[in-house]
Design a binder for this molecule. Structure first.
Ligand code: TXA
Ligand code: MG
Length: 354
């Protein structure tokens, strides 16, 4: 049985809300699983230092067990427990971006079980800024291992209803809060070697990282398809994530041409009897009259597009879309994270606009 509990993240000082968190923390301490909101997406948490607890996460998600987890912490003392050899550059990043949507891959300490790291000797760590997440971790008193709270292969949940759809009956408790503010998963940077490597783009951009770190290498898996059997630095990057059930295509080029091409592609597919969905910026929605189109947010506000993207991808399935089309954005810095998630959803099927 899953307890589904509404939580008001803005009023955590109220005794009613504190009681809920104490109960949730008790579940973590006794080896159970709790879904909780973070500022990026919902996470499916368990005691990150206990192998048996961590195994329950894999079971609930249906996740391959070589995919390592992020350990979520609430204070710097916890960082010292789980990571070793933290460089000055890492400390600078931490000072600037924690708590927040940034995950650092560091050398792990002996306290971290290999079950949590997919067998690696490194550990991914993040201090989230969401008050529910922070307080839950602090009350549990242990780092909480938490991947995104979706079933493997589905987009990460940004609304509590997504979590309930995916995980009701599979976890001990769901803390149902508001829509997550950022909407895409945290930026992941590997700081184990001297040269930092960006493993997953997020709302903290490459440019922001380079302001602190100097040159940052961008892992190949961010822009390219990972072939079967190929070695990857971040095991999570090799799975087809975020994918709607239908075929998905991205169209690249000048945005006006992109919209034109999407209309034609989906118009033709529609005539052949296919159910189609366009995911397009607000500015172009009105151009879609006979074609179903979802508003992904304004092209002038990439952060809005981040927030809405996963809901749009889930809606495609709800509608039963057999073909989905969306733009691949030209502005690579601001849209790096959005392009990356779209590319993965589309299995890297990108075409040039007519
Ligand atoms: O925003 C987020 O990061 C969310 C919330 C819940 O915090 N969590 C999340 O976790 O997205 P997950 O498990 O879905 O993604 C973690 C990513 C995966 O791509 C995984 O391969 C990578 O981080 N990762 C974890 N540990 C790693 C390690 N030791 N070395 C390299 N990559 C690692
Ligand atoms: Mg995930």
């Amino acid at each position: 049985m899953t307890q589904i509990i509404d939580i008001d993240g803005k009023n955590l000082d109220k005794s009613s809300e504190t009681e809920k968190l104490v109960k949730a923390a008790g579940i973590i301490k006794s080896g159970g699983t709790v879904v909780f909101p973070t500022e990026t997406v919902y996470g499916l948490g368990a005691n990150g230092l206990d192998p048996e607890s961590v195994k329950k996460i894999f079971a609930a998600k249906g996740r391959p067990s070589d995919n390592p987890m992020i350990l979520h912490i609430s204070d710097m003392g916890m960082l010292g427990e789980i990571a070793v050899g933290i460089s000055d550059k890492a400390k600078e990043l931490i000072a600037k971006y924690w708590p927040g949507p940034l995950t650092l891959v560091l050398k792990k300490s002996d306290k971290v079980p290999h079950e949590a790291t997919g067998g690696l000797d490194t550990v991914a760590v993040r201090m989230p800024s969401h008050p529910v997440a922070l307080k839950l971790i602090a009350l549990a008193g242990v780092p909480i291992a938490a991947p995104s709270a979706n079933i493997s292969g589905k987009p990460s949940p940004t609304l509590s209803k997504h979590v309930i759809e995916d995980l009701n009956g599979k976890v001990d408790m769901i803390l149902a809060g508001d829509q997550t503010e950022i909407g895409l998963e945290s930026t992941v940077i590997d700081l184990v070697e001297d040269n930092p490597v960006l493993l997953r783009p997020g709302s903290i951009s490459l440019k922001q990282l380079e302001e602190v770190l100097g040159d940052v290498k961008v892992d190949k898996s961010i822009s390219q398809k990972v072939e079967k059997g190929q070695e990857v630095r971040s095991p999570g990057m090799k799975y087809r994530h975020y994918a709607p059930k239908g075929d998905m295509v991205l169209v690249k080029g000048d945005i006006e041409r992109v919209i034109y091409t999407i209309k034609h592609l989906l118009g033709d597919a529609g005539k052949e009897g296919q159910r189609t969905v366009a995911i397009v910026p607000e500015e172009y929605i009105e151009q879609f009259i006979e074609i179903k189109a979802l508003n992904m947010g304004s092209i002038k506000r990439p952060e809005e597009i981040m927030t809405r993207l996963y809901s749009c991808l889930r809606e495609c399935d709800e509608y039963g879309a057999q073909m989905v089309a969306a733009p691949y954005f030209e502005n690579e810095d601001e849209f790096m994270a959005v392009n990356n998630r779209l590319s993965k959803a589309a299995g890297h099927n990108v075409i040039q606009a007519d």
